[in-house]
Design a protein around this ligand. Structure first.
Ligand code: GTP
Ligand code: MG
Length: 310
């Protein structure tokens, strides 16, 4: 399968929050590896996905959106994104096609970080479905006058436009290397992590305002039941939903428990599809004051420092 021109390496998807990094990752991988929502600061940890074809193996890293951190969780998210920008082969800087023509501080930080570590940069102008074409050229002009981008690709991650071209540009730049992952896996996200993330995505979608920012999920039990042929028949999951205040717990439970039932129903559907078997899902809402600033709790929830090791 491999030949002496086979390309392999790391590609970090970077950019401000809510720009479409996770949407792009899912579109490339054709499955939901990273939750993507309409609210900012959705991705909290580094997510690896391994794209493979005849001529390349690309290890994509979806990173938390760069934002101004106001708590330790936010600082850990920034740190994770910075590491992923500095230790990779290529940074795909994603920007919004609707953004102002002057390059903003956050984008400059990402570009400067990549350049200081001598990382190749590609500019992906996302959400082109929302603008007229004439908007894109001045944006490109502004960015290429600021830094040396190896390629500039207008895309729509949501509507799968321009992504083949982006992949081709990535392959052009990636180093010649034999595959780094040989066990056939396509992500480092375990079923347990994905289950927790799908529950969090439902909370972000269904619950308004600030509450989802203070929510974390921990899968406390994950029991697989196999039949006599050793085929997985069912999975029983107990998940704790941590919130920061007693009144947030009340909102998640809802009147007569209606809200938590709705969250459970929608999450169970997504999780069953991912597991490819039925699942029983029990949700427990617990108050954990200020968990976003406690190192031990951040570690327990998988939000402490990370690197790109495989
Ligand atoms: N119209 C349009 N919407 C998009 C596109 N790509 C992403 N979105 C939407 O933008 C929102 C944010 O997408 P995400 O993929 O969660 O963004 P992100 O950059 O991963 O955000 P963080 O994880 O918070 O940093 C979602 O509502 C997506 O549906 C696109 O190409 N066009
Ligand atoms: Mg994301």
């Amino acid at each position: 399968m491999t030949n002496n021109s086979f390309k392999c390496g790391f590609v970090t998807l970077a950019g401000r929050t809510n720009i479409g990094k996770s949407t792009l990752l899912n579109q490339i991988m054709q499955t939901e590896i990273a939750i993507a929502t309409h609210k900012p600061q959705t991705t909290r940890h580094l997510i690896k996905a391994i794209y493979q074809d005849e001529e390349s193996q690309i290890i994509f890293i979806d990173s938390p959106g760069m934002h101004i951190a106001t708590d330790q969780l936010g600082r850990n998210m920034r740190k994770a994104a910075s590491v992923a920008i500095q230790e990779t082969d290529i940074v795909v800087l994603m920007i919004d096609a609707r953004s102002e023509f002057e390059i903003n501080k956050i984008e400059k930080q990402i570009i400067d970080l990549a350049i200081s570590s001598k990382i190749n940069l590609i500019l992906a102008i996302n959400k082109i479905d929302l603008v007229t074409k004439s908007r894109i050229l001045p944006l490109i002009r502004e960015y290429v006058s600021y830094a040396d981008f190896k390629a500039v690709v207008p895309i729509s991650a949501k509507y799968n436009d321009g992504i083949d071209l982006l992949l081709a540009e990535i392959k052009n730049i990636l180093p010649i290397n034999s595959p780094l992952i040989v066990d056939g896996s396509y992500t480092d996200q375990t079923e347990k992590i994905l289950a927790a993330e799908y529950i969090r995505a439902e909370i972000i979608d269904q619950i308004s305002d600030e509450i989802p920012y203070g929510v974390a999920i921990k899968i406390e039990e994950f029991n697989e039941i196999f039949n006599l042929d050793n085929k997985r028949e069912r999975v029983q999951i107990h998940a704790a939903i941590f919130v920061e205040q007693e009144n947030h717990k009340m909102i998640l439970l809802g009147k007569n428990g209606r809200q938590i039932v709705a969250l459970g129903k929608a999450s169970r559907k997504r999780i069953s599809e991912m597991l490819d078997c039925p699942c029983d899902l029990m949700l427990f809402v617990k108050v954990r004051t200020d968990w976003r600033n406690k190192y031990s709790q951040l570690k327990e929830l998988g939000y402490s420092s990370q690197d790109l090791s495989l």
